[in-house]
Design a protein around this ligand. Structure first.
Ligand code: COA
Length: 145
């Protein structure tokens, strides 16, 4: 699999891939918001290609303190062949290069089986934290893409 930086010309492909892999695509996945994420993190937003077809994607982000991993997905036709690990290894190398101290990711409770995938990559489940969220503008959050 060839790993490249995501570019906006691949927007429709990654939305399709996320949907196919069962990722919840929401208001922050509109083209405008994805462009904003890409502008802030051009080298952390990765796609993986097989014969020029995108089969893997991961969106990394760095806020100046912590790193974040969002929307990792491998095409269901190509899962369990090492591609998920491959694109995550590349992303973690890129985080390492910019000196990020700690990286977080969030897993929906109805997707518990993916916990073992990350444990396999040496991620640790945190039981000392409670995640809280705040929505500053309901209209923005409810927007459909
Ligand atoms: C999670 C996901 C990206 C993994 O990608 P993948 O290409 O299938 O995973 P890999 O083949 O690289 O697996 C790497 C290792 O993890 C193991 N692994 C993969 N999925 C696993 C699972 N569900 N449970 C336990 N181990 C798993 C593999 O066996 C492999 O182990 P090995 O190195 O000892 O052989 C893929 O299943 C996916 O797209 N899922 C749907 C979207 C999703 O849930 N994304 C995560 C959002 S938080």
């Amino acid at each position: 699999m060839k790993i490249e930086n995501f570019t906006l010309k691949n927007y429709d492909n990654i939305i399709g891939l996320w949907r196919k892999a069962g990722i919840s695509v929401g208001s922050t996945d509109s083209e405008k918001e994805i462009k904003r994420m890409l502008t802030l993190n051009p080298n952390l937003f990765l796609i993986g290609k097989l014969k020029n077809k995108i089969i893997a994607v991961v969106m990394g982000g760095f806020d100046g303190r912590r790193g974040y991993v969002h929307h990792l997905a491998v095409d269901p036709l190509h899962q369990k062949k090492g591609y998920g690990k491959m694109i995550m290894d590349e992303l973690l190398n890129r985080f390492r290069k910019i000196g990020v101290h700690k990286i977080h990711l969030f897993i929906e409770r109805d997707n518990l089986e993916v916990v073992n995938f990350y444990k396999n990559l040496e991620w640790q489940v945190r039981d000392d934290l409670i995640m809280m969220s705040f929505v500053p503008d309901e209209n923005l959050y409810k927007m459909r893409i």
